[in-house]
Design a protein around this ligand. Structure first.
Ligand code: FES
Length: 253
């Protein structure tokens, strides 16, 4: 075995369709280069499965740069794996030991129904965004970039909230399968800026309503969401969501 390779066993969730039961399957992988990303390791597994006439493991991915939020799985019990503020596609095999058994399963939540293997249906997040994740703008001539003053601290907080990539790890890690870190980030990024003011109340009410309708639970202050978030989104955004919701519920027209 070369110095920069490890041999591992992956214990991976297989489920052929939304209605089948699913179970773990074990595969031994020799000579995995530790410079590979986790998804590249899955590519190797799939290549071997395909060459041996097996069915490749279905998993979501797109950018593989930690930007799009498509990837995600629970690795050894932790959403996106053992490295903090790291998406699954940015996790590298050097963080695993030679001889280790790695358990890989999909994000599990009632609002994220399974599709196949590691792929889940996260369209509930899309429904929440559709409910209020937008701002109204006057159309016509382009506006000068600096005509709307924004305080530096507010801009920083809004940008931090806007870093959410909507991967769903917060939901998978929460004992209540709550989506409040996600919704808190999406409400905050607009509530903190003057551009978000016109729909501010309507947005908080509509996004929380869509969240409840999708079947997500409520925040129990466990902070598991914050711990697994690959973008370091703070639970302060959940506190802001609660404030925005209460303010809107009492003062909405
Ligand atoms: S594939 Fe885009 S964030 Fe991982």
């Amino acid at each position: 075995m070369a110095a920069n390779t490890i041999s591992i066993t992956v214990k991976i969730w297989r489920q052929s369709d939304p209605n089948s039961t699913g179970s773990f399957e074990n595969h031994r992988l020799e000579d995995i280069n530790t410079d590979m990303s986790f998804l590249e390791m899955l590519d190797v597994l799939n290549e071997r499965l395909t060459l041996s006439g097996g069915e490749p493991v279905a998993f979501d991915h797109d950018c593989r740069e930690g930007i799009c939020g498509m990837c995600g799985a629970v690795v050894n019990g932790i959403a996106h794996g053992p490295e903090r503020e790291t998406t699954l596609c940015q996790l590298h095999m050097r963080h695993f030991r030679n001889g280790e058994t790695i358990a890989i399963e999909p994000f599990r939540a009632r609002a994220f129904p399974p599709i196949k293997d590691l792929i889940i249906d996260r369209s509930s997040f899309d429904h929440i965004i559709t409910a209020g994740g937008y701002v109204s703008m006057n159309t016509g001539s382009a506006q000068d970039g600096n005509t709307i003053p924004v305080a530096q601290d507010k801009a920083e907080q809004a940008m931090d909230a806007a870093a959410c990539i909507g991967c769903g790890a917060c939901v998978a890690a929460c004992p209540n399968a709550a989506a409040m870190l996600f919704v808190g980030a999406k409400v905050s990024q607009f509530a903190l800026l003057p551009q978000g003011e016109p729909e501010r109340k309507k947005r908080a009410l509509a996004m929380v309503e869509a969240m409840d309708k999708a079947g997500f639970g409520n925040c129990g202050n466990e902070r598991e969401c914050e711990n697994v978030c690959p973008k370091g989104i703070s639970i302060r955004n959940i506190a802001r969501l609660n404030r925005e919701y209460i303010r809107a519920a009492f003062t909405a027209d």
